[in-house]
Ligand binder design. Structure first.
Ligand code: UGA
Length: 461
């Protein structure tokens, strides 16, 4: 019997061939997936490069000097902000608002533009032909609808207000990418002396962190802008020398608010020293007037007097009258514009100092302090309504008993000269107040009956 053919070798060979086929096909698969991966990567890179170089269109740049980092940033922040902010139409609006209409006009970024002093200054700058772009976060520290009304007024005068926060670094960088601002008027802040005990962190966030963020962006900008910013009379704190001069000590703040403003002054010194930023701090003294802040005493006294509600009038612990160097808004606006007009250029570029730069501090006050009791009696006269006064000792909440500005320096350097006394300024405020809140007729009636009343008093007297 023939022995069966020996197939074991053939089987082994087939197994070996099939093994080789499997190995090869896996290799092929690996190779093709690698190829696919590389191709995808290449396409992605090409796409990124395409968008980076083309968005936003470089022809839209005012300065035309945007470097690669900034251009990439534009793309990123545009994608990040979406919904209008960062788009071509938005940039057009920003640029239009910030472009001056007079020869050698300024291009000013006004922070806190929907605020009291910010809205007045924005209008004044725009009126004389400067370019103004506003920035405001519309927070609810006081009635945001008042801020929206100020925004609407600014819009009517072609001032665009970007809604955003000082701490939003990509947004600030983006604004400087779009506009080569010559100046910043930095008025955005957490204001209010007494509220600092309720919400201390908001002061640190706006007045310190926000300010530093703005300075960081400004120091990198090319050209670096000159900066004028709002400090406060409250930095004099427990100082007892009168009237307050810029040379007096300011190392005894009575409130956290004052401490953050004083910190701002020191921070300004640092950025001036290291980066050559031109910085001017303005110490405002209790600014009041139309479109004012509802958290301030003259404003809520008016409201409460009209509503027949009691008001607290503070006196000092030793039974003296509390007084303020109340300063009318138009005078303060003149001071702000004077400071902007005399601000020298920053000397740095590309984040490096090139030489010494201007560093200034000025008082902007009225130079004639008025006791709060007198403020109330002026309001009573204007509203023809008797206030329900509660005279109480000033609570220990950061308040100071007295402020009085010496403004010699501001006068010498930019002709600052306040011209509005408290009675005239409050008259303008009340006129605005009754018109804004639509209560003219009611107040007029009260005024008329008040007049009759005072005539009767005169007659009987
Ligand atoms: O000049 C400044 O540096 C500061 O001026 C104001 O702070 P303040 O002067 O305390 O203004 P108000 O809060 O309007 O108070 C005005 C006066 O009314 C007094 N007052 C306030 C509230 C109250 O219920 N009763 C009362 O008698 C205060 O003691 C003060 O003398 C602003 O609110 C601060 O943002 C600003 O920085």
């Amino acid at each position: 019997m023939a022995s069966p053919p020996d197939t074991s070798k053939t089987i082994k060979l087939e197994r070996y061939n099939s093994y080789l086929r499997r190995v090869n096909s896996t290799k092929l698969l690996n190779a093709s997936s690698k190829l696919l991966f590389r191709a995808t990567l290449l396409v992605a890179l090409v796409l990124i490069l395409f968008f980076t170089l083309n968005y936003p269109p470089l022809s839209d740049h005012v300065g035309g000097g945007a470097n690669h980092v900034h251009t990439t940033h534009n793309f990123l922040s545009s994608a990040f902000y979406g919904g209008g902010v960062g788009g071509t139409a938005w940039e057009k609006q920003v640029r239009k608002s910030a472009t001056p209409r007079r020869p050698n006009g300024m291009s000013v970024l006004v922070t806190g533009a929907a605020g009291f002093v910010g809205s007045h200054c924005s209008l004044a700058l725009k009126k004389r032909g400067d370019g103004v772009l506003g920035l405001d976060n519309f927070n609810s520290y006081y009635d945001p609808s008042l801020k929206r009304s100020r925004q609407a007024l600014l819009k009517k005068h072609e001032v665009f207000v970007v809604e955003g926060d000082l701490n939003d670094e990509p947004l600030l960088t983006k604004l400087f990418d779009v506009v080569p601002f010559t100046h910043i008027l930095h008025l955005a802040a957490q204001a209010g002396v007494r509220y600092a005990m309720q919400n201390p962190q908001s002061y640190v966030s706006s007045n310190i962190a926000g300010f530093v963020n703005l300075l960081e962006v400004a120091k990198r900008a090319n050209p670096q802008p000159s900066i004028v910013w709002a400090s406060s009379s409250s930095v004099y704190g427990l100082n007892t020398d009168n009237p307050f001069s810029e040379l007096h000590r300011t190392d005894q703040p009575a409130s956290l608010y004052a401490a953050t403003k004083k910190a701002g002054e020191e921070i300004a010194h640092t950025y001036n020293h290291i980066y050559g930023l031109s910085l001017t701090g303005l110490r405002f003294f209790t600014v009041y007037g139309p479109w004012g802040r509802p958290d301030m005493a003259y404003f809520f006294f008016t409201k409460d007097i009209l509503q027949g509600k009691p008001i607290n009038v503070f006196k000092t612990v030793d039974d003296k009258e509390v007084a303020r160097d109340f300063t009318y808004i138009d005078d303060v606006v003149k001071g702000c514009l004077g400071a902007l007009d005399t601000a020298e250029k920053s000397t740095g570029s590309g984040g490096k100092k090139k030489g010494p730069a201007q560093l200034r501090i000025y008082n902007l006050g009225n130079t004639s302090p008025v006791p709060v009791g007198k403020l109330v009696s002026i309001l009573e006269g204007l509203l023809s309504t008797k206030a329900k006064k509660h005279v109480i000792k000033m609570p220990r909440n950061g308040d100071v008993p007295y402020t009085h500005a010496n403004v010699t320096l501001a006068y010498k350097d930019f002709g600052y000269k306040p011209t509005t006394d408290l009675a005239s300024g409050l008259r303008k405020f009340v006129k605005w107040y009754v018109s804004y809140y639509g209560i003219e007729s009611r107040v007029k009636k009260e005024m008329d009956s008040g007049k009759k009343g005072s005539q009767q008093t005169d007659e009987s007297g």
